[in-house]
Design a protein around this ligand. Structure first.
Ligand code: AMP
Length: 176
């Protein structure tokens, strides 16, 4: 079986979570398959090899699951992006609009070196609001967005178009 098919056969669809009408793509069954995870990381690392990545930034909390091991594979520092109030040291924040209300994400002020080429990673690309906010945060920290990577893309929500304002280098493992 091809890698994409293998991943799709393991992702679990959970209807109406966390709200009625959302089909939640649950990656926890993927985490139970270490060999599959390793192949997924190989694929992402290969796709990112040409981008000259200086750091990987990932979004709390499902983004950390593959984001940190991806940074290790690429041999670059890891930057945790967290929701407001979770990081202990001085932070830079970015507020963004959600379907209902606003949210705020943060990173430590010393998280990246000026001009660093950063790959932004998350588990899933939907509308692109979260990853776009992460890109704005990286800019505030003095970094450049060198690429995005996701395990899953929900193509019908158009996130890729939104993120193309930052870079054309958007890698996804499986799409729906
Ligand atoms: P968006 O900002 O609309 O691109 O949404 C992406 C963020 O919301 C990611 O951090 C995902 O983990 C989460 N997310 C959105 N839709 C889903 C879904 N259908 N299944 C799982 N996670 C989702």
């Amino acid at each position: 079986m091809e890698l994409q098919e293998q991943i799709k056969s393991v992702i679990r669809d959970v209807p109406d979570f966390p709200e009625v009408g959302i089909l939640f793509k649950d990656i926890t069954p993927v985490l139970q398959k270490p060999q599959l995870c390793s192949h997924m990381l190989d694929y992402l690392a290969k796709q990112c090899a040409k981008l000259n990545i200086g750091a990987v930034a990932a979004i709390e909390s499902r983004g950390f699951m593959f984001g940190f091991p991806l940074a290790l594979r690429l041999g670059v520092p890891f930057i945790p992006i967290r929701k407001k109030g979770k990081l202990p040291y001085d932070v830079v924040s970015h507020d963004y609009t959600l379907e209902y209300g606003t949210a705020s994400i943060e990173a430590h002020t010393d998280a990246i070196e000026a001009g660093a080429r950063v790959l932004i990673h998350d588990d899933l690309l939907a509308t692109g609001g979260t990853a776009g906010a992460a890109a704005e945060l990286i800019h505030k920290l003095g970094g450049t967005v060198a690429g995005f990577s996701f395990l899953i893309e929900l193509e019908f929500l158009g996130g890729r178009k939104k993120l193309s304002a930052y870079t054309q280098d958007i890698t996804t493992l499986v799409s729906y």
